[in-house]
Structures are given as structure tokens and as C-alpha cells.
Ligand binder design. Structure first.
Ligand code: WT7
Length: 653
């Protein structure tokens, strides 16, 4: 049975339902009546959502749609940082906590809206002093520290689009991103704390910018105090430079369509795509969805999104959505098991967190660690739970509900993508009945359908196919940076005229949506998108590899795990050599892309199954990979793999 079929059969047997708790429904930000009304006129609905923000100039119309390019609120003008900071201070909420930050080693900081606004103004003044200007790109490569939020907002304030590169990515990955968007300033730190140790960042920046002559300055936050190399012509300490700047900075209003950020994500080819998001539509979407989906009460809630700022979840639901809404957020630097496996729950207890937003892979990891760990902490402050990044299996959903949510908190399973900017499909906690494993309904103002292979719209009842979006939405990807043709090709050509998400989905008998996983060559490892071809290209760039094929196989914790089939150059190897070889290859992939792209298993084979036209038969390899017990580490020179492959070859029968 394929990955998708087994998911489907699990989901078909799932019948439990959880209606909204009466108390929550009565006081919900979005009630059932409001939901009904909102769905009636899409553009009027988004216009009202935009009015929740502060604009310096009103738009001419809501949408200028030049397929496949959407311009939301054209001629409208606003400043994102003003919306996230100054306006809350002006409204008398300057003393409200914006961020409660917890460092991995146990240090912490509480930052009010006023203090955050001051520091963002100082950083904006510094960027201007360094010659940064509106439209010029700034790369951010930081750990999960408050300065990451400050850096992003400082860029937004001066209209310099940022590209945040996840701190776990390699120097090489950082270099290609800096180069692709031609960033001129890089903001980094000496290092960050992960799993109890200081891991270096500045060293990767040094290696990356060696080949990027366009980079004028590297700003370095001191986080760990570890020894780093210093280039006096280029490097500057953040604390020395930011501290001496003025706290006054008048925000400039930018066009609604002004670029806000570029975020790279994996596609089905080797080259990551720079997803471009702009200003007015994006902020409208993330602010409204954060308020509605999490039923946010900014005065009383303590909200915690566990994502890293290097992913879109961090952009939209740590930084822009919550701050636009004046929320109090917790932010945590480290890993969930440092210094002990109860760290997350200890932080929930300490900070009285009321809303938590995390990924299925984290939930399954906690499940594996045991119920007795969260049991030791007081989690009674929680009132709402969220999930994102991959399909959540009913077992993990139920565990989350019982063991973290105390059986009382609704779970919002939110579907979206880097390209969508914000949540598009999710239950609203005061409106919808939640089902373990279902993302429920499209939000108001969102037009989602499921198509079959022949481009037919399927009825909204008991039907499975491809998820598409038939109308543009605010926050929609504006283009792929520097490559409009690829943008058209990737998203708008599979089914002409509609946005193809790349996910399989089904409508159940009540008209609720269940996501079934990717339908392309993109893997989802712990909620992170990695393309099979990207890993293959990295493997074949190793001098000892002749050919490689990569597939995702089901994994009980990470959702999918990467399995690589590799044909070595030269002679056959002994087992011991094979093991060393596989270790080399995993290190090679880690240094080319990053540790998250390391294959969990490498199978050294003599040949790969191919069609007559020479295409690798991935489906077959997926089946082989799924049938195997995957060990934690790698590898074998394994003839049984080839037997398995042969058994499955149609011609071998
Ligand atoms: C892909 C997008 C959205 C932020 C994190 C990932 C999968 C995302 C769900 C969900 C089932 C989901 C899809 C999607 N996905 N959320 N609730 N249920 N699948 O962003 O890296 O752009 O990945 O993640 O396959 O296409 P991303």
C-alpha cells in the first residue's frame, strides 16, 4: 500500500467529532453567524479585514487581478513595523509584553511593545546608516533570539525586503540564497544554543560571503561569546552599533505591493524557489487569520508558536500576525529536550501559555517520550491548540488533545504553505466541529476546490483528488523572485487558471477537507519541505557517486524520512567501507544543504530501476523503502534491496 493509500484508509475509519466548547463559542472572535456572513462577498470580506490595519493611504480598489499576478489593495500605503509596534504604543499598550523570550540555557527576557518599538527604530536607523535602502535585500541568519524579530521588523520599517535563512542551513545554502536575491547586508550571530551546546553561525557566514562580493556589511549579534573570526572591513557588532542609534524613526508608508520578504523553499527541481511576499495583502491575511483561527484575546492570552523564525510559520505566526494583533508571545530558543524532555511543558507552566501552535512531528516525539512527562506540569492555562506543517494522524491528534489540552481545548489543524502566506484551511474554534485529522473548511474569503486528473471540480462529498485554489487571496505569493516564468509554470500550469497546491485532499461526507500529503516529488520531513531532486543533486555532486535516487518513506515520528539509493563509482565495497561511504555521503548532504536533508538511510545498489525512456521509477523505490524496517542510522551494501526491486519490476515476473 502506498503512503497515500494508508493515510487514506486510516482517515476513512476516523469518526470522532468534537464540537466547539460552549464557553469558547459564546465569546469567540468569529461566531457561526459571522462566519456565514463573511463567506458571502469575498472582496468585501477582505476589505473589512484590511481595515483592521492602519493605512497611511486608502486603496483604489480591493484587488487588481492580472492572472496569475494579484495586486491587493493597489495604491494603498502602509508601514508594517508601524502596524506591528507604534500603533499599539500610541493606543496605550506600550507596557504590554510583546515577547517573553526564553533562552535554552535558562536566561530569559521580557520585552514590552514600547521597548521592542525603540529597538526596532534603532536598528532601522543603523541599517540606513549602513546604506541600506528601500528595495535592497538584507539576509538574516540568526538563532531564535529577540534580535531576529528586531532585525525583521527593522527591515520592514525601512522597506528593505529580508530573506531569513534558517540557522540549520549550511554555508552553501546560505550563499546560494544571498546570491539569488543579491543581499547586501547580512545579520547573524556568533552562534546559538542548541541541545546544550553553542553552535556556530558566524563561521558559516564567513564561508558564504567569501564568494559574495556584493555583501558590504555583516552585523553580528553576540549570543554565545564563542571565538569567531573577524573581518574589520566588513563585520560590525550589533550591540555596539544598535545601542548608539536614536530611538526616533519616522516610518515611511510603502505601496501595498512593496516587497516585504523573500523566503526560499524547496520545489521539485534542485534550485530552491524564492517566494516573494508583499506588504498590504500579506499583513491583512496573517493578522486576520491569527486573530480568528487562534481566537486571540490580546489582553489576556499568552501565545506560543514553537516554529523557527527561518520558516514561514515563524514569519507569519511569530512575527507579523501576532505583533499586528498586539499579542503577547512566548519565544523559545532551544530544543524541546534540553535540559530535559519536559522543557516545553515547564515553559507553558511558567509563562501561563494559553495558546500553543506546533507541528505533528513534535507532538509525535512527545508521545514517544511518554505521557508521564507532560503530566508533571500544570498545563491548565492552555485553552487552544494548533497544528501545522503536515497531515496530523488521528492518534497524535487525540494524544495532543488529551495529554496537552486536558481534553478541553479545541485543536485547529491549519493547512497552508510558504506560498499562501498564511492559513487558508482550518476550523474556526468557535464555529466548527473538529475531527482528528481533518483541516475542516476553507476560511471565509478562500475559494478551495478539489479537482480530479481531468480538471473536473469534484463534488464536496466523499471525493479525493488535487487541492486547488480557484480565486486569488490576500497574502498569495506575488511571484518567484526573478523568475515569473517559473512561477507560472509551477503553480498555474497543471490546471490552467487555478493555483495548484501540490497536495492531495479529500472532501468527507460532511464536506470537511482532509489533507493527504504531497502529490509531487517534494518530501515533508518533520514539517519541512525538501525536494527529492535537491538531495539527489547533492549526492551526485560527491565524487564517489555515479547515480542517486531519493524517496520519502513513512516514518512514525518525522512523517517522512529520506531514503537514498546510491550507485557508487568504481568497485564494490565491503560492509565496513559501505558504512564509511554512507557516513561520508550523509555529511556531504549536511554540508551542502543542512542536517535536516541528511538521508536517514542510504542503500548502496548496483543499479536503479528505470523506465525504457530512462526515468527512475520512484514509485517502486518508495514501495521498497516503505517495506523496510529503517534503522536509526544508515546503511548496507545490500543485495536484498536489489532482490526487492527486482521482485517488484513488472518485467521480472
Ligand atoms: C506543505 C507546505 C504551512 C507552514 C509550514 C509548512 C504541508 C502544511 C498542513 C496541514 C496537512 C500540511 C502540505 C503543504 N502542510 N500544513 N495542516 N495538513 N499538510 O510550509 O514548507 O511551505 O510546506 O506542508 O503538504 O503543501 P511549507
Amino acid at each position: 500500500m502506498s503512503d497515500r493509500e494508508s493515510t487514506l484508509s486510516d482517515l476513512l475509519h476516523e469518526t470522532r467529532v468534537f464540537p466547539p466548547p460552549a464557553g469558547l463559542a459564546a465569546g469567540a472572535n468569529v461566531t457561526a453567524e459571522a462566519f456565514e456572513a463573511a463567506g458571502r462577498d469575498r472582496l468585501a470580506f477582505w476589505e473589512r479585514a484590511a481595515e483592521r490595519l492602519s493605512w497611511a493611504g486608502r486603496w483604489e480598489r480591493v484587488l487588481d487581478w492580472q492572472p496569475p499576478f494579484a495586486h491587493w489593495f493597489p495604491s494603498g500605503k502602509l508601514n508594517v513595523a508601524y502596524n506591528c509596534l507604534d500603533r499599539h504604543v500610541e493606543a496605550g499598550h506600550g507596557e504590554r509584553v510583546a515577547l517573553r523570550w526564553e533562552g535554552e540555557p535558562g536566561d530569559s527576557r521580557t520585552i514590552t511593545y514600547r521597548a521592542l518599538c525603540d529597538e526596532v527604530c534603532q536598528a532601522a536607523n543603523l541599517l540606513l546608516e549602513l546604506g541600506a535602502r528601500a528595495g535592497e535585500r538584507v539576509a538574516i541568519y540568526l538563532p531564535m533570539i529577540p534580535e531576529a524579530v528586531v532585525a525583521m521588523l527593522a527591515c520592514a520599517r525601512i522597506g528593505a525586503p529580508h530573506t531569513v535563512v534558517f540557522g540549520g542551513f549550511s554555508a552553501e545554502a546560505l550563499r546560494t540564497r544571498i546570491e539569488d536575491c543579491d543581499a547586501r547586508v547580512v545579520i547573524t550571530a556568533d552562534g546559538g544554543y542548541r541541545r546544550g551546546a553553542a553552535s556556530p553561525l558566524k563561521a558559516s557566514v564567513d564561508a558564504a560571503v567569501r564568494d559574495c562580493p556584493g555583501v558590504r556589511h555583516v552585523l553580528v549579534v553576540r549570543r554565545t561569546g564563542q571565538t569567531i573570526d573577524w573581518d574589520g572591513s566588513r563585520d560590525l557588532w550589533w550591540h555596539e552599533q544598535v545601542g548608539r542609534q536614536s530611538r526616533e524613526h519616522t516610518p515611511e508608508a510603502f505601496e501595498s505591493d512593496h516587497p516585504l520578504f523573500i523566503l526560499y523553499t524547496s520545489g521539485t527541481t534542485g534550485k530552491p524557489k524564492g517566494i516573494l511576499h508583499t506588504t498590504g495583502g500579506y499583513l491583512t491575511l496573517v493578522a486576520w487569520t491569527h486573530w480568528a483561527v487562534f481566537d486571540l484575546k490580546p489582553e489576556t492570552d499568552v501565545y506560543w508558536c514553537t516554529a523557527d523564525i527561518g520558516w514561514v510559520t515563524g514569519h507569519s505566526y511569530i512575527v507579523y500576525g501576532p505583533l499586528a494583533n498586539g499579542a503577547s508571545s512566548m519565544m523559545y530558543e532551544g530544543t524541546p529536550d534540553t535540559p530535559h524532555k519536559g522543557r516545553w511543558w515547564e515553559l507553558v507552566e511558567k509563562n501561563r501559555v494559553s495558546i500553543i501552535y506546533t507541528a505533528p512531528t513534535a507532538i509525535r516525539t512527545c508521545m514517544k517520550w511518554g505521557d508521564e512527562i507532560p503530566e508533571q506540569f500544570d498545563l491548565s492555562s492552555l485553552r487552544l491548540l494548533g497544528s501545522v506543517g503536515e497531515p496530523i494522524n488521528p492518534e497524535a491528534w487525540m494524544w495532543y488533545r488529551e495529554n496537552i489540552g486536558g481534553g478541553r481545548c479545541p485543536i485547529v489543524d491549519t493547512w497552508w504553505q510558504t506560498e499562501t502566506g498564511g492559513i487558508l484551511i482550518s476550523p474556526l474554534p468557535g464555529v466548527h466541529t473538529c475531527k482528528p485529522g481533518s483541516a475542516s473548511r476553507p476560511l471565509p474569503g478562500i475559494s478551495a476546490e478539489i479537482y480530479d486528473d481531468a480538471e473536473r471540480v469534484l463534488p464536496r462529498k466523499d471525493a479525493a483528488g488535487y487541492l486547488v485554489l480557484t480565486e486569488p487571496w490576500p497574502g498569495m505569493i506575488r511571484t518567484i523572485w526573478g523568475d515569473d516564468d517559473r512561477y507560472r509554470e509551477v503553480y498555474w500550469s497543471r490546471f490552467p487558471g487555478v493555483y495548484f497546491a501540490g497536495d492531495g485532499a479529500k472532501w468527507d461526507s460532511d464536506g470537511d477537507i482532509w489533507l493527504l500529503g504531497r502529490v509531487d516529488d517534494v518530501m515533508n520531513i518533520s514539517g519541512h519541505r525538501i525536494s527529492t531532486i535537491e538531495v539527489e543533486s547533492s549526492l551526485v555532486s560527491h565524487p564517489d557517486v555515479a547515480e542517486a535516487a531519493v524517496v520519502g518513506s513513512p516514518d512514525p515520528t518525522t512523517g517522512q524520512a529520506i531514503v537514498a539509493f546510491v550507485i557508487p563509482r568504481g568497485s564494490a565495497r565491503t560492509d565496513a567501507e559501505g558504512e564509511r561511504f554512507a557516513r561520508d555521503l550523509r555529511d556531504h548532504v549536511a554540508s551542502e544543504i543542512g542536517p535536516i536533508a541528511k538521508p536517514k538511510q542510504i542503500l548502496v545498489v548496483a543499479e536503479l530501476p528505470k523506465t525504457r525512456s530512462g526515468k527512475i521509477m520512484r514509485r517502486l523505490l518508495r514501495d521498497v523503502a516503505s517495506n523496510r524496517e529503517l534503522g536509526d542510522v544508515t546503511t548496507l551494501t545490500d543485495s536484498s534491496v536489489m532482490d526487492l526491486i527486482k521482485e517488484k519490476l513488472p518485467t521480472a515476473a
